[in-house]
Write a protein that binds this ligand. Structure first.
Ligand SMILES: [Zn+2]
Length: 281
């Protein structure tokens, strides 16, 4: 499964799968179905008909994996969990599953969430229908079209020479991370970065640079990473969003986020850049 990200092809536009062998991602209200026989696995291989009987509605075809349809489905809550399977919240599997599998399961969860929450028109209340050619939902009564939501949020790695800014939220235990915040309506990503840093820590930033992105399916966020340099101000946290923030060096880092997170990748890149720029080590 290591090459999952290389072999999964998104279905754009979505298509109805042919009957026959397929990969299945099955979710219940409480989480994702796992087979636990030999290690953790989230992808079940089987005929459409064999899994369809367990599901509430027709599966969604997300794309293909190694040429086979990759299907997402809601488990019928009236049924018992079949033998050999267990159910766990996707969030609790963060860091335990290979990254590509986690990403695919997140995509599946996001699209099932979209179908579950888009059945009625938000304008007139009429029942909506799927649209041909994309994931939108059309209201046949008033013509309103809605598309799956993507909510952008920024991640902000702030450095000042050999110092890295890390922050702590209430309830995080010993873990620290870089800054994060949702983009507001009418705001550019750059404005969001500056506003969040000022609101959460009282710091002004300069030299913003894009550093990557990562879908985050809780329920439909897209994390967009930026690096920035400290430009002024004294650290002052609000005590609600953040209860502590401070400067750290590579020799004094606290507990960090899971390696599969974009925030951790950005931190690791900063650490690597420090060893390059500090030949005296
Ligand atoms: Zn309508």
């Amino acid at each position: 499964m290591d090459n999952l990200s290389n072999t999964f092809v998104h279905a754009f536009p979505p298509a109805q799968p042919a009957s026959g062998p397929a990969f299945w991602l099955v979710f219940s209200k409480d989480g994702l179905f796992l087979h636990t026989a030999d290690g953790l696995g989230v992808l079940h291989q089987g005929d459409l008909s064999s899994v369809e009987a367990l599901c509430l509605r027709a599966p969604l075809c997300l794309g293909t994996l190694g040429g086979l349809p990759c299907l997402a489905a809601d488990f019928d809550p009236e049924l018992d969990v079949p033998e050999g399977w267990s159910v766990r919240g996707l969030r609790s599997l963060y860091g335990e599953l290979p990254e590509a599998e986690y990403t695919l399961a997140g995509y599946a969860m996001q699209m099932l969430y979209w179908r579950r929450t888009s059945g009625f028109c938000p304008v007139c209340g009429h029942r909506t229908e799927p649209r041909d050619g994309d994931w939108g939902r059309l209201c046949p009564e008033c013509g309103h079209i809605a598309y799956p939501h993507v909510t952008p949020a920024t991640l902000i790695l702030v450095s000042d020479g050999p110092r890295l800014l890390l922050a702590h939220k209430p309830g995080w235990g010993n873990r620290y991370s870089i800054l994060a915040g949702f983009v507001e309506s009418g705001e550019s990503l750059e404005e969001c970065v500056q506003r969040e840093a000022m609101e959460e820590t009282g710091l002004a930033l300069t030299d913003l640079a894009y550093a990557g992105s990562q879908p985050w399916p809780y329920p439909h966020q897209l994390m967009i990473g930026f690096t920035a340099r400290y430009a002024g101000g004294d650290i002052k946290v609000d005590g609600i969003e953040l209860d502590h923030a401070d400067w750290f060096t590579v020799d004094s880092l606290p507990e960090l986020p899971s390696p599969v997170s974009l925030s951790r990748k950005m931190i690791d890149e900063w650490i690597a850049s420090q060893s390059i720029t500090s030949p005296a080590e």
